[in-house]
Design a protein around this ligand. Structure first.
Ligand SMILES: Nc1ncnc2c1ncn2[C@@H]1O[C@H](COP(=O)(O)OP(=O)(O)OP(=O)(O)O)[C@@H](O)[C@H]1O
Ligand SMILES: [Mg+2]
Length: 460
């Protein structure tokens, strides 16, 4: 293994100093090169990468300050150290403003220049280390395109890795938009079947009568219109993965046949008599509470247990709010690319709204909010006004939901008081005045509803 020698460029018009520096610094283990004037130095920087450029400030032709600017434009990663004559501190300060790392006044001793060089290299190493660590952290918070730093999502990543290695049937549960399909694909991609088909069956999109023939295929003459044999999705997924999405929507009659197909891995096309063996890995997903449906009798218990050999549950977004900024920034980047926009940030107020919102549509809803935000934003930053109304005014959603869900007056009152307190940043006097009640009444209600009134609410 050859060890990397730091590459140093000395740009100095004074021949004697140039040669002395070259000799001393190369003897200190640096790979050195020299340039006799500014233009010469710039040419060398264009051709090669230098860790450090040592630039004399006062040179005929292009002066050191201009050389510095050029070097930093061509190669921002190069550390520049300026050499100045005694008494030109002002220009040294200007050099630093222009991107130089440090300066040294002439004449200097070998020990002095060595300290400055070592400081530059140490800074460089530290910055590289930070960059590596940031990258590592980013990688930890992302798995197969699934974003999440929360404990619950990290646990999901671990489960995906574990089940991907096996051929076991997996049941993925979670509310709408939590990423069930994304997880199913990640399992497939992590498995030995990754180069084979990943076939999706969306049980809710296919009518009950068609579902069976879609799943198992049919033979010619099985029903009117069946003019030839047709393969089903089970056969299409042969040697690959079959993803049964919305499994909770499968009607009872099909559930029996599905159970048999899963148990024996043999399928019989509609109207056919001969079974056909298929080699598939099954993944099912649902946003229903299947356990409850089994109890109610609308989903077969035996099928449920066949499916949940392994299970992965995706938590709702409001249960892992720490993932919101990460996801929001991920979608921001993505939609900038898709729409060719330059919206780089989300304002603090807008981010606070995203953090406060309840996200009934989970990650999908957040994705849509950012997609819209990037589209309507006419500056570099997404502001509250560019977010959907229900996110800007969660109060309105709250009233609408209270009506939809049939909430009692006291439930609405509790929520309303909490929201107004939040709006006033926890200021009780102001809150009471907005609510049209006196302070004592407000305190009584806070006690009654157990609202944490000493809590500092972030002001908006
Ligand atoms: N953790 C995540 N990181 C990045 N993108 C995500 C994440 N979770 C979901 N998404 C994105 O959100 C959208 C919805 O995800 P997906 O279709 O997997 O949800 P789902 O659980 O299958 O929802 P539904 O039950 O409504 O079918 C997709 O565009 C997906 O890429
Ligand atoms: Mg889905």
């Amino acid at each position: 293994m050859t060890t990397y020698k730091n590459h140093l460029l000395i740009i100095e018009d004074d021949k004697r100093l140039r040669e002395v520096l070259n000799k001393i610094l190369s003897s200190k283990g640096l790979r050195t090169e020299t340039a006799v004037h500014g233009a010469d130095g710039i040419k060398k920087v264009e051709r090669d990468f230098f860790d450090i450029a040592l630039i004399d400030l006062k040179m005929p032709g292009i002066d050191g300050m201009e050389v510095l600017k050029k070097v930093k434009t061509i190669s921002p990663g190069t550390y520049v150290i300026i050499m100045t004559a005694y008494g030109t501190i002002d220009s040294a300060v200007e050099a630093i403003r222009n991107g130089a790392f440090d300066y040294i006044t002439k004449p200097f001793k070998t020990a002095e220049i060595m300290i400055v060089l070592e400081k530059a290299l140490e800074d460089r190493n530290l910055r590289n280390r930070i960059k590596d660590l940031t990258k590592q952290a980013e990688q930890r918070h992302k798995f197969e395109g699934i974003i999440g730093k929360s404990k619950s999502m990290q646990a999901v990543f671990e489960m995906i890795k574990r089940v991907a290695k096996t051929d076991a049937t997996v049941l993925i549960t979670g509310k709408t938009g939590t990423g069930k399909e994304l997880v199913a694909k990640a399992i497939h991609r992590g498995s030995e079947r990754k180069d084979r088909a990943f076939v999706v069956v969306n049980s809710s999109a296919i009518t009950d009568t068609l579902l069976e023939s879609e799943l198992f295929g049919y033979v010619k003459g099985a029903f009117t219109g069946a003019s030839r044999d047709k393969k089903g999705l089970f056969q299409e997924a042969h040697q690959g993965t079959l993803f049964l999405d919305e499994i909770g929507e499968v009607p009872a009659s099909t559930q029996v046949k599905l159970l048999r197909a899963i148990e024996d891995r043999i399928i019989t096309p509609v109207g056919g008599t001969k079974g056909e063996k298929v080699n598939i890995r099954l993944i099912a997903a649902t946003n229903h509470d299947l356990q409850e449906e089994v109890v109610k009798g609308s989903f077969r218990g035996d099928l449920f247990y066949r499916l949940k050999v392994m299970s992965i549950h995706l938590p709702e977004l409001k249960e892992r709010r720490e993932d919101i900024p990460l996801l929001a920034n991920h979608f921001l980047k993505e939609y900038n690319i898709i729409f060719g926009r330059e919206v780089h940030t989300i304002s603090k107020d807008a981010l606070n709204l995203l953090l406060d919102y309840d996200w009934p549509g989970n990650v999908r809803e957040l994705e849509h909010a950012l997609e819209r935000g990037v589209l309507v934003c006419d500056s570099e930053e997404i502001c509250p006004e560019q977010l959907p109304l229900e996110i800007q005014y969660p109060e309105e959603t709250h009233i609408r939901r209270a009506v939809e869900e049939g909430k009692s007056i006291s439930e609405v009152e509790k929520k309303h008081i909490t929201l107004i307190l939040k709006k006033t940043g926890g200021h009780k006097e102001k809150a009471a005045s907005i609510l049209g009640i006196d302070r004592r009444t407000l305190y009584r209600k806070l006690n009654k509803y157990g609202i944490e009134f000493n809590k500092k609410f972030p002001s908006k």
